[in-house]
Design a protein around this ligand. Structure first.
Ligand SMILES: [Zn+2]
Ligand SMILES: [Zn+2]
Length: 389
């Protein structure tokens, strides 16, 4: 639990508290009034973090409401941060075309390498907390990253690498000159246009195992419920058939009783199904928690893309810290693979599905050119991602 002790010690010192260590695994804190009020501490608070508490110490742990109270003290601090990552030297690629052959797959276009340049670029790395609640609860942290210089979504592996840097590269506040040299920040509208579809896809992928497990439990409960009520109903039907052909007041009242029982079984089954629906109703919330802007050196490869008579210059960055290229820019779809189809009109690069035939008129069209509907028959485009409501 020493990580938590270090965190609390740092947090308290930032808040202007005097902090001393106590053994075993404890802290002695003289905190300012506001902090003491938030935590309900005396003037001299003795805190314990381990299995064994120092004498007269109060226990602090991840359980209970401690994390929420720390959040109160932290407020919005740490939600946005900027870092510059330095490496001793950015290597120039000796065979950039080989890198491009692995990083770029254009089945319906050709490309030509135009040149490479060492530049600073600005990455936007954003963290979201996803919470899914149905009959069970699942929480997770999702990171996604974009390169504002090349326009690419840099993918999970690169994003993870930049948010958990190793000791080989140095992290520090960005130099004004580096910030100036790097690509400009995206405005809110651009960021939203990029983040929203990527987030939908990421949330769906992240929830898929949870949803599948939930669907299995739902199917199991449904089957069990059905079998139970079906057995009861069959039993009543069998008795009803046994009464066929008999007459008299007793037989008639038996028949009525069985019919009433069958109706009651059906009602109960309907009510139980409603309960099931209610128990398994899924609620997903996604909250933004942190944005990190990282200024990093990259090797920028200029590539000319040709499709029929059209040409388009794109940039694809090679990240020396990861020794790998980012995925190519993608004008439609999350773009996590290296394959892109190129559209005829404006040479958009899209995922394969972005040039699919229209489900209405069967003619292919570019979803980046026409995001809302088919230009020929007007059939609305349904988002590639199943909406989770
Ligand atoms: Zn159509
Ligand atoms: Zn297009």
């Amino acid at each position: 639990m020493s990580d938590l002790r270090d965190f609390v010690a740092d947090l308290m010192e930032q808040q202007g508290a005097a902090v001393d260590t106590l053994e075993p695994d404890g802290l002695e804190v003289i905190a300012p009034d506001a902090v003491r009020a938030a935590f309900g501490w005396p003037e001299l608070a003795r805190l314990g973090f381990g299995a064994q508490l120092p004498p007269a110490a109060q226990r602090v742990g991840l359980e209970g409401d401690w994390l929420e109270r720390f959040e109160t003290v932290l407020g919005g601090h740490g939600r946005r941060a900027e870092r510059q990552i330095d490496i001793p030297q950015t290597p120039v690629l000796t065979d950039p075309e080989r890198v491009l052959r692995q990083a770029l797959d254009l089945p319906n276009a050709v490309w030509r390498f135009q040149g490479q340049q060492t530049v600073w670029t600005r990455l936007v790395l954003i963290a979201f907390r996803t919470t899914a609640v149905s009959d069970e609860k699942r929480e997770n942290i999702l990171w996604m990253g974009f390169n504002t210089g090349s326009g690419a979504a840099i993918g999970e592996a690169l994003t993870r690498l930049y948010v958990t840097p190793d000791s080989a590269s140095s992290w520090r506040a960005p130099d004004p000159a580096v910030r100036e040299a790097a690509s400009p920040a995206w405005d809110a509208a651009t960021l939203e246009a990029r983040v929203r579809p990527a987030l939908d896809a990421a949330v769906e992928a992240e929830l898929a195992p949870f949803l599948n497990a939930m669907r299995r439990r739902l199917a199991r409960d449904h089957t069990r419920l059905h079998c139970y009520h079906d057995d009861l109903r069959r039993e009543s039907m069998r008795r009803l058939r046994g009464l066929e052909g008999t007459s008299g007041a007793k037989a008639e009242s038996d028949r009525q009783r069985e019919r009433a029982r069958i109706a009651a079984i059906e009602r109960e089954y309907g009510a139980k199904l409603d309960d099931l629906r209610h128990n398994y109703a899924l609620r997903v919330t996604v909250d933004w928690i942190q944005t990190l802007e990282a200024f990093v050196p990259v090797q920028r490869l200029a590539v000319l893309v040709r499709r029929r008579k059209g040409e388009r210059l794109i940039h694809l960055d090679w990240h020396p810290i990861a020794r790998r290229a980012e995925p190519p820019v993608c004008d439609w779809g999350p773009g996590s693979s290296v394959t892109r189809l190129v559209c005829d009109q404006r040479l958009h690069l899209t995922e394969a599905g972005g040039q699919d035939p229209c489900p209405g008129c069967s003619r292919p069209f570019c979803r980046a050119c026409h995001p809302a509907a088919c230009p020929r028959c007007g059939k609305a485009v349904v988002a590639g991602v199943e909406r989770l409501n």
